[in-house]
Design a protein around this ligand. Structure first.
Ligand SMILES: Nc1ncnc2c1ncn2[C@@H]1O[C@H](COP(=O)(O)OP(=O)(O)OP(=O)(O)O)[C@@H](O)[C@H]1O
Ligand SMILES: Nc1ncnc2c1ncn2[C@@H]1O[C@H](COP(=O)(O)OP(=O)(O)OP(=O)(O)O)[C@@H](O)[C@H]1O
Length: 571
């Protein structure tokens, strides 16, 4: 029998600033060497649960905790945060707050240096882990000169280098490109197997985590544990759907087709799935579903002509990029971590200035325009909400842009801000301080603060990262509605299904250049592009192929159209 390593007994926790407890009567035992996935809607208490393990609760985030939480048999209340950090290594959701060193190498080495590890051993370990996360060429680079996903890789390396018994990952995949995400899951799996480390992963992207085995999935909702079972058992039930967690797409397709799923069907992975049992029902569903509609376009609203840019003055980070976006398009920008996607959007919005080429808005050259001149036409929502937020209160943050313009009355501002807050599902929180929001909730505040200005083009960097399925759908349907009203939307995303589901076109960036510009499904079925740009094929396509459906592309389109209609009917 394996030893219990984490034991929650009737744990309740209330943040000092909250009226109600965020965690309620948590009973949970995790054994040595287990791999656990924690899922649940935004704000349900997942990060708070994780913070109980690494001591941030209650040592940094104050509040009242009752019940007993033991790690390796020791009551955490009797430990300090330093002793806990020796047992639990954490990759936080917001990796920006986690860096200490000046360069990538120093940051990865930080905890080893603290433990006075001999220099040679330290250098070797840093080299080994940085190679594992594919950052070995960046050891001398400054953390601040990295893309979002590159930072995420460094923080992964930073905990892997340590010799801890429990590894805790709070949304490790949020900023990683699909292939690196897979690689990270492989890496976690490998470490867990080789060292018998206990692994706890919090993640909304369930299908991506299930790429490798997990022992149990814990579902949290409203501060309570509502499910604790193996993936094969969980996937037969409607627990995920009821708790706003997206089911793996191939499972959803089987459920739509009316297939009866049992744990014996090997549901946790596509390669263990007993597809033979589902062929007839799936084919029947495919044949009777109506074909998906296509849409036509108008005239260019934004054109880039041979745009180049360099941060360092040496090699160009953006290399002669040209494309044209039509008014009313909804376009995905995809590609590997560090390919240049965020840089490109910064150039379009004027945060950085291109040293070559032109940016044209409605046939007018705006290359020389300032950020402020562009902001009324083009709004940008950044990847990390903490980089955008400057006010303490939600209302003030969303009102800021309108207040700065100085042309609106208080009444007009109130009306627009309140409408936007309602649209973004933030109205009930309007008088809250931003510090009391979860990461996903903060992200919605930043989207609201751009939407309130009514720009004609909106560029969003990972709009749904950190959002649960309900808010993902709400946000994307909201953006799709804005789009139907003529607002042009460009989205940087690593979520391949989001790209398929909501955009008609995808521009692929690799090494600062456009390497493909086509429909999302054509891109995802082109193996060379998928490999070069670190993308990932969809499990729906694979399911169709495995069950012998002759038009797998059409199957994917029909699923998407059907699934969106189902979700539009959500309350
Ligand atoms: N430092 C804090 N002070 C006060 N309340 C907080 C604090 N951090 C979180 N909360 C509250 O606790 C609730 C749960 O937050 P938590 O971050 O644990 O959720 P989560 O499930 O991780 O959400 P997400 O998926 O959006 O990251 C939220 O409703 C939030 O308002
Ligand atoms: N402020 C900066 N100074 C110097 N180099 C930078 C800076 N920001 C980004 N870079 C470099 O420019 C390249 C492109 O980065 P960018 O952030 O545009 O990538 P990205 O495609 O958005 O990546 P991700 O998917 O990880 O967000 C990377 O190699 C990165 O290291």
């Amino acid at each position: 029998m394996k030893q219990p390593i984490i034991q929650f007994e009737n744990v309740t926790f209330k943040y000092r600033s909250q009226q109600e407890p965020t965690l309620k009567n948590i009973d949970l035992t995790i054994h040595q060497g287990e791999k656990i996935l924690i899922a649940g809607p935004s704000g349900s208490g997942k990060s708070t649960l994780a913070h109980c393990l690494n001591g941030l609760v209650p040592f940094s985030y104050k509040g009242e905790m009752t019940g007993s939480l033991k790690i390796q048999g020791q009551e955490t209340k009797e430990l300090d945060i330093f002793s806990l950090s020796k047992m639990v290594g954490t990759v936080l959701q917001d990796s920006d707050g986690q860096f200490i060193g000046l360069s990538v190498g120093e940051d990865i080495a930080f905890s080893l240096e603290n433990n006075v590890t001999p220099h040679d051993t330290m250098m070797k370990r840093v080299a080994d882990v940085s190679r594992l996360v594919d950052m070995d060429e960046y050891l001398d680079a400054s953390i601040h000169a990295l893309s979002g996903g590159q930072k995420q890789r460094v923080s992964l390396a930073g905990v892997m280098v340590d010799d801890v018994d429990i590894l805790l990952f709070d949304e490790p995949l949020a900023n990683l490109d699909p292939a690196t995400g897979r690689h990270a899951i492989d890496l976690i799996d490998q470490i867990q197997k080789e060292t018998n480390t206990t692994v706890v992963i919090i993640e909304h992207r369930l299908e991506d985590v299930l790429y490798r085995n997990v022992d149990r999935i814990i579902v949290v909702n409203d501060g309570e544990i509502v499910n604790d079972s193996s993936p094969n058992v969980l996937l037969t039930s409607d627990v995920l759907q009821r708790n706003n967690i997206r089911e793996p797409l191939y499972i959803k397709a089987l459920k739509y087709a009316g297939c009866l799923l049992t744990p014996q069907h090997g549901l946790a992975h596509l390669n263990t799935l007993q597809t033979e049992a589902f062929k007839d029902k799936l084919l029947h569903w495919f044949e009777q579903s109506p074909p998906a509609k296509k849409r036509t376009l108008t005239h260019p609203v934004l054109q880039l002509e041979d745009v180049s840019f360099t941060y360092s003055g040496k090699e160009n980070n953006i290399k002669k990029v040209s494309f044209s976006i039509d008014k009313g398009e909804m376009v995905s920008i995809v590609g590997k971590n560090g390919a240049g996607k965020s840089t490109l959007s910064k150039l379009i919005c004027g945060f950085e200035k291109n040293n070559q080429g032109k940016i044209i808005y409605h046939e007018k050259d705006i290359t020389g325009d300032t950020i402020y001149q562009r902001a009324e036409r083009i709004g940008m929502v950044m990847q990390n909400p903490n980089q955008m937020i400057s006010k303490h209160m939600i209302y003030d943050e969303v009102a800021l842009g309108l207040v700065m313009k100085g042309t609106y009355s208080e009444e007009e501002i109130r009306e627009r801000v309140e409408n936007t807050l309602k649209i973004c599902g933030l109205y009930p929180f309007r008088n809250w301080p931003i510090s009391a929001l979860s990461f996903g909730q903060k992200k919605r505040v930043t989207i609201a603060s751009i939407l309130v200005l009514k720009p004609e083009i909106i560029i969003l960097d990972e709009p749904t990262a950190g959002q649960d399925f309900y808010h993902y759908t709400e946000m994307m349907e909201f953006l799709a509605d804005l789009n139907a009203q003529g607002i042009t939307i460009m989205m940087i995303t690593h979520d391949m299904h989001l790209m398929l589901e909501y955009t008609q076109r995808a521009i692929v960036i690799a090494d600062g250049k456009v390497t493909a510009d086509d429909s999302p499904i054509n891109i995802l079925t082109n193996e060379a592009i998928v490999a070069e740009a670190n993308l990932k094929e969809t499990s729906l396509f694979d399911l169709a192929v495995l069950t012998g459906i002759e038009e797998p592309v059409e199957f994917v389109s029909k699923f998407i159209a059907f699934d969106r209609e189902v979700r539009k009917a959500w309350p």
